[in-house]
Design a protein around this ligand. Structure first.
Ligand code: NAD
Length: 370
């Protein structure tokens, strides 16, 4: 009997719809060739939802996201929406979606493709074969802690942000990271600032205890965040899975991403807590934004969105082999010299967004027949 999986697609703004259209083609192909029916529903999100519904995330869209097996987003925002009041800006819709789904674990892979090693500012031998997964806590820490704000005091203003973590918030994101490390190389780096921050002491304690109690098969290494930043550019291949808090993860994941060199290639996933059936709410999205400067030109690179979908296959749809197949097909088109404008180089074949989708599908068909 065919299995049904429900995917909600939120194309968003500017190049968002262009890149997710290429993902749709991969979804349709998989539905045709596998005994799994991938049912797709679409909705407006971000600026497009402000235009359609008057708000960036409508309640009905949120309800659909809660019942879907996974959500794929393109990108939101752009100059057309910059004049809007802060609470109905596209970015507010994204923050609300993450919060309402309680997506506390943000997964940001940083992997290099042999064909694109030249795009990095680091030497090829330092990054060849790089495959890091950064797990960032996404719903707590200094970006959310109270009190916060700017106060006036005797003619001088004081700004306050509060770094605050509950044990359970550390526990649950560390648990996700240990599970992933167990499936990969079995090494987890936990990053904190235990030497100067109370949250760092708690972070280290909770992660250490969790390893002792449940993950003694995973090697745990602690690292200060400043050292981690240095090591990421010095010798990035020493890392497999890294887990860290919200702000450190924000910075380190961008740093790790740029080690790979190309924004149009970077996927991400954000996961919530498992329900009684082990099913997690999840949002998959490329790391790049809505690229208003190239929207409508059919030149956007769809591979970050496609790689986000391959993460969905692995982490939400129970289709790990297909996720790996999509990744291998991406490598293969790059090896063949196929490039969109953002990653082009002398001697490469420069393709439009649609043509990159064609090349990928052709590769998928050939690889699945082989
Ligand atoms: P951006 O990522 O949209 O673009 C930065 C540069 O990279 C641009 O030159 C763009 O053309 C290029 N680029 C990005 N994605 C590409 C792709 N797939 N293919 C080829 N080139 C690509 O960042 P920005 O310009 O700072 O932001 C533009 C808008 O996107 C802003 O409104 C911002 O708020 C929003 N944004 C949204 C998200 C999101 O939806 N998650 C993330 C970041 C920025």
């Amino acid at each position: 009997m065919a299995v049904n999986r429900k995917i909600l697609i939120l194309p968003g703004d500017y190049i968002g719809p262009e890149v997710v259209d290429q993902v749709r083609r991969v979804i349709d192909w998989l539905s045709d060739v596998r005994s799994v029916t991938l049912e797709v529903e679409d909705d407006y999100f971000g600026g497009a939802a402000v235009e359609a519904y008057g708000e960036p995330l409508a309640d009905k869209t949120l309800d659909k996201a809660k019942t879907a097996d996974a959500v794929l987003m393109g990108a939101v925002g752009g100059p057309k929406f910059d004049h809007l009041p802060r609470d109905i800006r596209p970015e507010a819709g994204l923050l609300k979606l993450r919060k309402k789904l309680d997506l506390f674990a943000n997964l940001r892979p940083a992997m290099t493709f042999d064909a694109l090693l030249g795009a990095s500012s680091l030497k090829s031998e330092v990054i060849k074969g790089l495959d890091i997964l950064i797990v960032r806590e996404l719903t707590s820490g200094i970006y959310f802690g109270e009190p916060r704000g700017i106060e006036g005091k005797e003619n001088e203003r004081i700004a306050i942000d509060t770094q605050r973590y509950r044990e359970n918030e550390i526990y649950r994101v560390a648990e996700v990271a240990f599970e992933l490390a167990r499936e990969r190389e079995g090494i987890l780096h936990s990053v904190d600032k235990e030497n100067v921050m109370a949250t760092g002491i708690l972070w280290r304690d909770v992660v250490t205890n969790l390893q002792r109690d449940r993950y003694s098969d995973v090697e745990l290494r602690h690292l200060y965040v400043d050292n981690c930043a240095m090591q990421l550019v010095r010798e990035p291949k020493q890392f497999d899975v890294i887990v860290t808090d919200n702000m450190f993860g924000d910075i380190l994941s961008d740093c790790a991403s740029m080690v790979t060199g190309s924004l149009g290639m970077l996927p991400s996933a954000s996961l919530g807590a498992p329900d009684s059936n082990g099913r997690r709410l999840a949002l998959y999205e490329p790391v790049h934004g809505s690229a208003p400067d190239i929207a409508g030109l059919n030149i956007a690179n769809p591979l970050a969105a496609i790689l986000s979908f391959s993460m969905m296959l692995k982490h939400s749809l129970d289709m790990v082999e297909d996720g790996l197949l999509v990744e291998r097909a991406v490598c293969a088109v790059l090896d063949d010299g196929m490039r969109t404008a953002d990653i082009t180089e002398p001697g490469a074949t420069e393709l439009s967004t649609d043509a990159m989708g064609d090349a990928l599908l052709e590769k998928l068909m050939r690889m699945s027949e082989a």
